[in-house]
Design a protein around this ligand. Sequence first.
Ligand SMILES: Cc1ncc(COP(=O)(O)O)c(C=O)c1O
Length: 449
Amino acid sequence: MMLLGTQRINGQGHLEIGGCDVTGLARQFGTPLYIVDEELLRQNCRRYAQAYKRLYPEGETEIAFAGKAFLTAAMCAIADQEDLSLDVASAGEIHTALKAGYPMSRLMFHGNNKSVAELELALEVKLGRIVADNLPELDLLDQITRQRSQSCDVLLRLTPGIDPHTHKLIRTGQADTKFGLNIKDGSAMAGVKKALAAPLINLKGIHCHVGSQLLDTEAHEQAAAIMVAFMKEVLDDTGYAVEQLNMGGGLGIRYIESHQPPAIEDFAERIITAIRTELTRFGLNPPRIIQEPGRSIVGEAGTTLYTIGTIKEVSITEAPGKRVYLAVDGGMSDNPRPALYEAIYTPLVANKANEPADWEVTIAGKHCETDTLIKDARIAKAVAGDLLAVLSTGAYNYSMASNYNRFPTPAAVLVGGGKAEVIARRDTLDDLVANDVIPDRLSAARVGG
Ligand SMILES: Cc1ncc(COP(=O)(O)O)c(C=O)c1O
């Protein structure tokens, strides 16, 4: 059985996370419920920070949490306490960090289509670094910094042109992508020259992000070699020595038992070794190495708890001639990843966690779509009212949640040491209509009424 972080099965055969029996959490907070294991989350932050520091004594290191994976004000506070920088990708994410009191100087602002308003906000709050994605963005930034007589630190997002082994929708380092400046076709060098020529843009370094949920380091190692070779080209061509090398995120996690991603320490070692080898080859000074993981910090720390509802058996033409559909009280609104990327997960009947998982079911959501959460899952025999835990849902679930079918976004609780605290409250039904407006002409008496 796959158990992660502080998860364990207690004497009553119930799943416990952070010392909290999840049946108690369901009673106290309702379901669906996002449960975040604080100890595992913090452990992952520390393992990243310590591994990079230990393995790269010759230079500086920095770990930035990729906020897109899971961002609430409490998450910003934890990142701050753990001394992690924060990667943000919208005005909303900047605002969240601002409201949480997170230091603006530690933000890195990403995005392939930042608006004028977003860039102005970044300058207004004196955000640490803007990761410029393209040449028009650099022109815009040049213009805005001059208008405001305010300088800003910039990294350039580059496309190393490699194809990692992961789902096509989470590959980003290949040449045919909307992200970044291509190294091979000369756009990256054009970006460097444009940034260097802009009087108020302080070029600090380069960035790449090759893809997500990668279960080996091949793509990162290739990217590291390409990025360092580009640093040498830049030095030779412009005299500028790249100070910061940001290698993005990408390390995969265990969604199912057969997923065996490298340990954080091994991932760090392979990337740093690849960088160091190329730095030595070219005789370059060690830049600051930045890594910006999202999924591998929060993914395994998150569990979604549902209540099981309708269970029905249908006849099918293939063997064994029937399928059992087991519906839970959430679905694609709290976890769109199966629908988006055919993502797979491990389920567990949380109040029967000791019972043999030998019942084959298809776990469905309750939306007006075929929102299958897990196809052909094996779980303990369950009945309506039992609790289903879906593991490894900490990344890109809460942050991608929607109100489809006007479902309230579930609450998120942080658990640890036997205590549970709400870090995002559940939407109320009134929250769902809070932005609705009925124009006067529609609220007038009914025609003919
Ligand atoms: C620029 C950038 N950095 C970091 C990440 C985080 O990646 P992951 O969650 O795979 O670690 C992403 C994810 O899409 C990204 O786009």
